[in-house]
Write a protein that binds this ligand. Sequence first.
Ligand code: FAD
Ligand code: DLZ
Ligand code: SF4
Length: 511
Amino acid sequence: MSKTLRLILGDQLNSNHSWFKTVDDSITYVMMEIRSETDYAKHHIQKVVGIFAAMQNFKNDLLSNNHKVIYIHLNDDNNLNSFDKNVKHLISKYNFTHFEYQLPDEYRVDLDLKNLCSSISISSTVVDSEHFFSTRNELGEFFNGKKTFLMESFYRAMRKKHNVLMEGDKPLTGQWNYDAENRQKLPKNHKPILPFVFCNDVSEIYNEITKTDVKTIGTIDAKNFVWPINREQSLQLLEFFVSECLSLFGSYQDAMMPNEWSIYHSRISFSMNVKMISPQEVINSAIKEWQKRPNEIEFHQLEGFVRQIIGWREYMRGIYWNKMPEYASMNYFNNQEKLPDWFWSGNTKMNCLKDAIKQSLNFAYAHHIQRLMVTGNFALLAGIHPDEVDAWYLGIYIDAFEWVEITNTRGMSQFADGGIVGTKPYVSSASYIDKMSHYCGTCFYKKALKTGEKSCPFNSLYWNFYDRNEDKLGKNPRIGMMYNVWRKMKPEDKTAILQQADYCLKNINEL
Ligand code: FAD
Ligand code: DLZ
Ligand code: SF4
């Protein structure tokens, strides 16, 4: 009799996958909590707990739908702690005759599973994870022969192909992209909506993890775990977003405010990345809400949200599969420094960084502009090695999986890919942070000063960055203006700024 073993990874919790459409006694599913996954990065404790909780709930759903499931807990005696070893052990113990898995999202796991299949004597099949709009290679084929990979072109192609916000072959309302209408600062007295959070009791899982020597970062309230841990909760969070946040999403998508950790963002990335919900469902729900309340939700708010998902998210995945494994060692600026210690505590006098890091440690979450223009901006200006930066981002965020973390970090944020993802580095002085936030007013540092004890470190580091990378950036047409400003500065002012930057870099742990 044929007996099939099907592996479900911790980020493949897709209950709508065609695997689960029928119940078949000859098929056994396996899910495993293993050290190879808890230890490939130093994860935030909320990320490990969240994934285990979601995996256990998924397993329970499968069992209640009469599927056969083997679930290996972290502390089980028979846990061999890798996909490879556990699968091989199960195959020989239960005499499985066929092995199946879904395409993993991560290059490392993809290799492991291919190796596993070639080293077992039974047949194996790999199937699609049935989650994304595009295939792994679609972006590569779309840009075949092109030097630059413009997100906007891919986004438009995705909109057309999947008929999203289209009127025939034209964009609905006549314009593809409404970014110019987004990106406002929050008015000073504006109080963003309170984030909708869950109060899940995950203490049992947390206690099991604490029995091991798994190294984690960040804090957790295991009796009141705020993240969704099953499909129903993911749908609830999505419903909260479309009904309460979507109408202001685009406007305040780049805004930052002290102690406001979520503003009008959806916080749906974790649910999507572990596939408890699909990107199709997410955008359909947003579009339906806009159709229901067209007078309350302006089109640019909706388009801005849809673009993040069908545009950026798919684009980043395509870049990942097109450029890995070379991508993981790119270091265009040859940056070599270490992250300052306060990236693990938030204990810095820089208000914007303190807030972004502390909330990341407390919630395993920061919104996009905090990741890009606060922590990422600082890391790039300070010349931190992209490996260090990647390790931090891959660990700290609940939604961090390499395919979307590395492309955003090494690519968009650190420009370590030399311009595959972005056309210029995302760096700024204090003026951008002040333009988009309410951090500077109460900061120890002064946003307008470039030199002196109280000068904002972003200011001197900004000019130092351009100065030291002139050979790589001087000819970039999108940056020419900045070099003109720099070249026109008085030599003594330039020297003072570079000395200030040098001071900041030498005393980085004390900033
Ligand atoms: P919203 O602001 O509500 O956006 C909605 C959705 O759009 C997100 O859930 C996400 O799925 C998608 N999205 C938005 N921007 C991007 C983007 N640039 N790339 C891919 N998808 C996007 N996202 C991750 O999912 N995992 C990561 O590990 C990750 N690391 C990042 C590291 C850096 C340095 C930067 C600059 C960005 C990173 N992002 C990552 C992208 C983005 O910041 C997060 O997707 C977003 O903050 C998640 O919060 P949200 O669900 O509230 O997003
Ligand atoms: C991130 C993570 C962690 C911390 N632990 C597990 C685990 O124990 N078992 C598992 O199947 N998946 C885990 N994951 C998610 C995986 O790292 C992810 O499924 C792979 O990296 C494929 O992208
Ligand atoms: Fe951040 Fe500088 Fe503003 Fe302080 S002054 S909040 S360090 S940008």
